[in-house]
Design a protein around this ligand. Structure first.
Ligand code: B1M
Length: 223
């Protein structure tokens, strides 16, 4: 692999955002994802190559390590932040169509629920895996999901809930959305949610963590 891309991969893996960021300590003073992405583009490396060779595989590795309990939320957050820093340089190429996205993922924390830390992590990781993410925020009603789907036909939907009292609102949202968008696929997640519960309420998948979301979304595409 090209040396800049190799370094960029390492920055994402270990959460090195930019030169000024003090983490991880062993990379202090070195260039981070922000500078290296710009350097790669300036060197003429195609944005799609930067995504496919460095950014996406590095985030995939981070997601795997999180699932396996080898890294924890703080490390994953730093990797996601490094990824976001890199994406600020790549995003203009998404808009121009030079870099294709896999599809659109609409996500929100269900109505009645204000927890968003896990949901935000899912947003960053899924975006890092090459999806367009529409984040509807917290306390999201069924009507807001319907409106977002009207605007983004063909999108997949993710629902997050952290309370046993609000996880039941997932079914209300799924039923309401299916009245007008019967083919929409739903992924549900959040601490109190389980695979059995997902099946019970008619969701198409249960994701225990962001990496599961990515796997499920890719499987919906037949990847
Ligand atoms: Co609240 N809270 N909270 N809280 N809070 C919990 C969830 C609770 C377990 C604490 C406890 O009692 N031990 C408890 C729920 C109990 C229950 O329902 N059985 C609880 C309660 C009761 C409440 C209030 C009712 C408290 C009160 O007011 N009496 C209140 C409710 C407000 C509301 O939502 N209407 C409340 C409020 C809050 C704060 C606002 C103070 C704050 C939220 C701040 C914020 O999110 N911006 C807060 C916090 C921080 C927590 C804890 C401490 C931490 C949650 C968190 O962010 N975890 C939590 C206790 C705990 O979990 N230790 C607690 C870190 C985050 C990375 O993990 O969100 O689980 P998590 O996300 C994971 C996975 O679940 C998954 O991926 C993430 C990474 O692995 N995931 C998905 C999440 N969504 C996903 C979606 C997917 C896929 C995976 O696909 C779509």
């Amino acid at each position: 692999m090209n040396e800049t891309l190799q370094k960029l991969f390492t920055c994402i893996e270990f959460g090195k955002i930019n030169t000024a960021s003090p983490y991880p300590p062993q990379m202090r003073g070195q260039e981070g994802a922000m500078e290296l992405t710009k350097a790669a583009l300036d060197a003429g490396i195609a944005p799609s190559e930067i995504m496919d060779e460095a950014l996406i595989p590095a985030m995939t590795l981070v997601g795997q390590k999180f699932t396996e309990g080898k890294v924890f939320v703080p490390q994953m957050l730093l990797s996601a932040k490094a990824m976001n820093a890199a994406l600020t340089h790549i995003k203009p190429f998404f808009t121009s169509g030079e870099v294709k996205r896999k599809g659109t993922f609409i996500i929100g924390t269900v109505f009645g629920d204000l927890h968003d830390i896990g949901k935000n992590l899912v947003c960053m990781m899924v975006e890092g895996a090459g999806w367009e993410v529409i984040d509807l925020g917290v306390d999201v009603s069924a009507e807001k999901f319907v409106a977002a789907l009207d605007e983004h036909p063909g999108a997949y939907v993710g629902l997050s809930a952290l309370l046993t009292t609000t996880m039941t609102n997932m079914k209300t949202i799924i039923d309401k959305v299916h009245e007008t968008h019967p083919d929409v696929k739903f992924i549900v997640g959040g601490a109190p949610v389980s695979a059995e519960f997902a099946q019970e309420i008619g969701a198409d998948g249960y994701a225990a963590d962001p990496q599961d979301d990515i796997k499920l979304l890719d499987s919906f595409l037949g990847a």
